[in-house]
Design a protein around this ligand. Structure first.
Ligand code: DGT
Ligand code: CA
Ligand code: CA
Length: 574
């Protein structure tokens, strides 16, 4: 591991923090702090110099002692003086220092007043409300500490969208029934359709917050009330999902909705834009001096900063503000734009429905075509099809299509991409299909260069059409493949192929940022259900959410084409 100047600076900073907590000589503390700053900003790589055997240059404020420590860190990556301090101070102190917003002064105050010397003791102190009463601390800091401890212990669970939806929608329905409640919306990452949410943020418009708070904290799913104030409360539901609730005056609802929808980065950028116009934005409204100029609706907030309303899925500060300021935003794809679905499984492999049941369910969901794409022979656990069974299924599809009204079944396969990039069925049979969906289901751990070669080779296959769940990520289970995605996407375009956005809520793959890359490179994305049961067509809503986060419009989506427009696109010409 190479040691950077920033690493040396971080060690000096931590030494300064720990010395300060110990009550060491302030000059010594300052010497470390100053050295941290100078080294952090120093123009040349100090570790590289040391490791090449060269003498350290003269650094202002760094005497012999500190220069020795720089050499030690540069060669070993460690610092005995820091390790000594770690031994002298309880582990909780180091833990506390890592919490953003807690500097050495506040850590020292916590340590002196509460004598917490383990992370458990610290958590216990926060949970029993002993931190909020210390001078200079409050409920907010206390909650912050608890949250940070959870993150550090890996306890902070994120919930997938459908799970969060299940709890949140029921709670919202219940809140809507409270007398005096004018509006209820879920804000936060949930509204931005992020694939997982850390907690649920609910916003209520009402003149009187009291009754709302009473009802909310008395909801029978509540396991623990973390905070209960006049206009805000936080609870943990039995499922472990945290819910933050805010009650605002109806006049402020739009401003509050904007604020709590976030993302934080987006909010900061909007606030900056307001400042440039002599305005102030917060959760209560937009203000010029004392005068409120907007806030009742979200659109009024955007208008005040000379922007059109920006869809929540775009609010990640990924250029949406700059874009909206100079040109109309894309009209993001909607579920109703989808004409078909190019990926599903029947009983023939690992699905639970017949072809006919799938066709009828897809038609009931407003689709006009559906590609049947069973697994291929290699995937024996999923009863993958060999050439013979696939040919038989193609005949069955012909027979079914003759009798079906309002929907057409397409002949496809989700063929395994083998370790070396070959496809798991003979070319002769692949050539007879309407489309070939290729997927990686094994050997996720190949070195990136080999993985890339494997995928490129598969895409080069003359019958290849669509790369299924391209990054292969599964939330909580498997990380995305680390590849040069720009290069791969360009290869897909050169070969006249397409990428899939698999709508299963634990995949949502293609990931938003690569959707946008595909759009910019002119590669169409198919938003598919990957249904294994008739109910799974409902997952298309989640796929659409991710597609919108990736800035996709209907024109960027392969299966937003009518069947007649789709057919020529499926013909490989390159
Ligand atoms: P999550 O819950 O981790 O999935 O993500 P969010 O985005 O729902 O974040 P959360 O629940 O912490 O806060 C909800 C929104 O409130 C967030 O998206 C923006 C706003 N917000 C929270 N803290 C701050 C802050 O310190 N500054 C600003 N400008 N906005 C904040
Ligand atoms: Ca949230
Ligand atoms: Ca929250």
């Amino acid at each position: 591991m190479p040691v950077h100047n920033a690493d040396i600076a971080a060690i000096f900073d931590e030494i300064a923090d720990l010395l300060e907590i110990q009550g060491a000589n302030p000059f010594r503390v300052r010497a470390y702090r100053n050295a941290a700053r100078t080294v952090g900003d120093f123009g040349r790589d100090l570790a590289a110099l040391v490791n090449k055997g060269q003498a350290l240059p003269k650094i202002p404020g760094v005497g012999d002692d500190l220069a020795g420590k720089i050499r030690e860190i540069a060669t070993t990556g460690r610092c005995a003086a820091l390790e000594q301090l770690h031994k002298q101070l309880p582990a909780a102190v180091t833990e506390l220092l890592r919490i953003p917003g807690l500097g050495p002064k506040r850590v020292k105050a916590l340590y002196d007043a509460l004598h917490v010397d383990t992370p458990e003791a610290l958590r216990e102190a926060a949970q029993s409300g002993r931190i909020r009463d210390l001078p200079g601390f409050g409920e907010k800091t206390e909650a912050h500490i608890l949250e940070a401890l959870k993150v550090r212990s890996g306890e902070a669970r994120r919930f997938k969208l459908p799970v969060a939806a299940q709890y949140a929608e029921a709670l919202v329905a219940w809140l809507r029934k409270i007398k005096g409640v004018k509006q209820v919306e879920i804000a936060g990452s949930y509204r931005r359709r992020k694939e997982t949410v850390g907690d649920i943020d609910i916003l209520v418009a009402a003149r009187d917050g009291g009754p709302v708070m009473e009802r909310f904290t008395a909801y029978d799913e509540v396991r623990e009330v973390l905070a209960h104030g006049e206009t805000r409360a936080s609870v943990v539901l039995r499922s472990g999902l945290q819910v933050d609730l805010r009650v605002v005056e109806p006049d402020s609802f739009g401003a509050a909705l904007h604020y709590f929808t976030g993302s934080k980065a987006h909010n900061i950028a909007v606030r900056k834009r307001a400042q440039e116009r002599g305005l102030k934005v917060n959760e209560y409204g937009v203000f010029r001096g004392e005068a409120r100029v907007a806030g009742e609706t979200e659109a009024s907030v955007f208008e005040a900063v000379e922007l059109p309303w920006i869809p929540p899925e775009l609010r990640e500060d990924r250029g949406e503000i700059e874009w909206a300021a100079r040109a109309p935003l894309p009209r993001l794809v909607e579920r109703g734009d989808l004409r078909g679905d190019l990926h599903c499984h029947s009983k023939a492999s690992d699905g639970s429905a017949t072809l006919k049941e799938l066709a009828e369910a897809a038609r009931a969901r407003g689709l006009e075509y559906l590609a049947i794409t069973e697994h291929s022979q290699r995937l024996t656990v999923a009863r993958g099809l060999d050439a013979e069974r696939l040919l038989k299924q193609m005949d069955e599809i012909d027979r079914l299509n003759a009798g079906l009204d309002g929907i057409t079944l397409l002949k496809g396969i989700e063929v395994d991409i083998l370790e070396d990039g070959r496809l798991d069925l003979p070319d002769a049979v692949l050539g007879k299909l309407d489309l070939v969906v290729g997927a990686v289901h094994s050997h996720f751990e190949l070195p990136p260069a080999r993985q890339m070669k494997r995928l490129m080779r598969a895409i080069d296959h003359p019958h290849f059409t669509l790369l299924a769940h391209p990054t292969t990520r599964q939330l909580d289970k498997r990380p995305a493949l680390e590849l040069d995605w720009l290069r791969l996407i360009r290869h897909v375009r050169e070969r006249g192929c397409f990428l899939e956005l698999d709508s299963q809520p634990d995949r949502l793959d293609l990931i938003d940022i690569y959707c946008r890359m595909a759009k910019e490179e002119g590669v169409l994305v198919a938003v598919n259900s990957d249904a294994h049961r008739v109910e799974d067509f409902g997952d298309l809503d989640y796929g659409i959410g991710q597609a919108r986060r990736g800035w996709l419009e209907a024109k960027d989506v392969l299966n937003a084409r009518r069947l007649a427009q789709l057919r020529p696109l499926l013909e490989r010409t390159m």
